[in-house]
Design a protein around this ligand. Sequence first.
Ligand code: 13P
Ligand code: SF4
Length: 359
Amino acid sequence: MNATEMYESMKSKLGRIVPDVELRYKAGIAVEINELKKQRNAVILGHNYMEPALFHSIPDFTGDSLDLSRKAAQTDKDVIVFCGVKFMAETAKILNPSKTVLLPAEKAGCSLAASITADDVRALKAKFPGVPVVTYVNTYADVKAESDVCCTSSNAAAVVESLHAETVIFLPDEYLAKNVARETGKHIIFPTPLASPHPDTGTHAEDVEIEKVGMGGPGGGLIGWRGRCEVHEKFTLKDIETVRLQFPDVLILAHPECSPEVTAAADFSGSTNAMIRYVKESKAPHYLLLTECAMGDNVAAANPEKDMLRLCMVRCPHMNMITMEDTRDALKFNRYVIEVPEEIRVKAYRAVERMIKIG
Ligand code: 13P
Ligand code: SF4
């Protein structure tokens, strides 16, 4: 495809969403990237949070974390360029170690992944011996390596239930854990981080609660961690009430990294792919997505007949680091190469592979 054809293709999908001048500029970069992609025998994976021009021009596959992990595992290309954040690129390397995995922005992290270390997980395992550990994929490889099985937002409850365990350690997202606890009928507690006292009370009082885990109800218990997504934690019940007052027939979708109050008040909660499917398959006059708002643009582009409201006061600073210019330079200069030490990779692989088998 030459630059004119690329521009026409992008305009047909994004003409109502992105100004023409930006489309013309980015069409030129997209052509360069696609040429480099061929030269390097590369595949580009694009998370649903990528900005619209990038999302609609260069990825070979787009999707949520689970979907893209599967694509990374299956590819026979030499190079995987991950247009997403570091934990996603690491997961690709864990699953397909003989490939060169590139992340276009070296510092594209994640507040959830930064909230917990492998030492934290080891300390929890020492405190609760024999209790299985489920870890959200939004963590780094050394944390995954300490876990029994990983999960994503699309299969978290299924993974917990697959263990048939009375008590499960579920890390590190506090809100996802609370949403899973509600879905699976489990009691949930948050042990005070082992080396430090409770931030509110200055004591280890919450430790007393630990005795109750597994006895909190017929469904058993979850032991959580207080990690938060810096984007989804910002949405409030008040936001939902205010939007519903203005648009009484709005259909509201919330990612499960939102608080349990928010997911309960929304009409639907699911992974980024599940939300995309839900909008496609339903008929409402207005929609509101409580998630990274670039995805609102991508969903609006795919559903031109539907009215997407945007609540764009919060952006993911990490996802937003991935630009088309940096993606081109990633292929040109072979950067930034993701490496995972083999002893960690092998252990992390077991946890990720087990998740993929559960589906
Ligand atoms: P998904 O797995 O639903 O795509 O979510 C990834 C993510 O980082 C959400 O903030
Ligand atoms: Fe992490 Fe939240 Fe950004 Fe997703 S949106 S990458 S969970 S900080």
